[in-house]
Design a binder for this molecule. Structure first.
Ligand SMILES: [Cu+2]
Length: 276
């Protein structure tokens, strides 16, 4: 996930003031997985039935957090995967990243709807802390068992007005986003892992200002907000509810393919939208 540079930027982006809130979804899957985040652990149930599941991240901490969900391959050892991920090894083998809530800023909650098939999963936060230690290494990792339940495919997701396709390396937005609440489908049609972060653009800042920003200088050209879609492997999809106020927003994927390769937004995976 190109974590070191990427999450430094994310943390900086998320340090801003909330500008939009993701409310409860209007389409209601049968099950909701409530994940509460604080420094540095998650509270969540140990298991839930398969199906299209609403994942709600509630941030009761003082820092921004995320919950990204990985499904273990049937032959993977939970012990090995947990140890590898806790050691901050983004490229841990034997797991498939299915998405999650990219960010919830302190005091807020945010939701995403994911198709979760039965199997073993791990929940984690891949952000870096101020001390250089990843939140996952500080304890923000937790196993989850999904038991047999309803079918869980991309088709079990609720309908959405707008689709955002994540491809290598482009964001394809099917129709304009508008003010207020709306369901948005996020789908990875590429061959690499992607995610989607959303930030409100401050004042007259330009895309160039954002691209040049070091992630910490003030005034920041963007301010963080809750929401977005956490890392998804190719073929994964989720539905998020966005509640947008008028203004300009920056959308981007800041993952990389590892090995020091460029962050995806530098390869064209970003967009600016205007909400009226
Ligand atoms: Cu990407």
């Amino acid at each position: 996930m190109g974590r070191i540079t990427a999450s430094t930027v994310v943390a900086a982006v998320l340090a801003g003031i909330p500008s939009a809130i993701y409310g409860p979804t209007t389409a209601a899957p049968a099950h909701t997985l409530v994940v509460t985040a604080y420094e540095y652990a998650f509270q969540a149930p140990d298991s839930l039935p398969a199906g299209a599941v609403t994942v709600r991240l509630v941030n009761r901490g003082r820092r921004p957090h995320q919950v990204v969900i990985a499904r273990l391959d049937d032959t993977s050892s939970l012990d090995r995967v947990m140890r590898s991920l806790t050691a901050d090894k983004v490229r841990t083998g034997g797991v498939r990243w299915v998405g999650g809530v990219e960010s919830a800023i302190p005091g807020e909650s945010s939701e995403t709807i994911l198709p979760l098939t039965s199997g073993r999963y791990v929940l984690l936060c891949s952000y870096d802390g101020d001390n250089g230690l990843a939140h996952v290494s500080l304890g923000m990792i937790r196993p989850l068992v999904v038991t047999r339940g309803a079918p869980a495919t991309v088709r079990s997701l609720p309908a959405a007005q707008t689709t955002i396709e994540l491809s290598d390396y482009h964001l394809g937005i099917s129709s304009p986003l508008h003010g207020g609440k709306q369901l948005v489908r996020i789908v990875n049609v590429g061959e690499h892992r992607h995610h989607l972060i959303i930030a409100r653009i401050v004042g007259d800042a330009t895309t160039d200002d954002i691209m040049r920003w070091d992630g910490k200088s003030e005034p920041a050209p963007v301010q963080g907000m809750s929401g977005g879609a956490a890392a998804m492997d190719p073929g994964q999809a989720s539905v998020i509810e966005m509640d947008l106020k008028p203004g300009r927003y920056a959308l981007a994927c800041i993952l990389s393919n590892g090995g020091g390769s460029k962050l995806h937004y530098l390869l064209g995976m970003h967009d600016e939208i205007v909400v009226k």
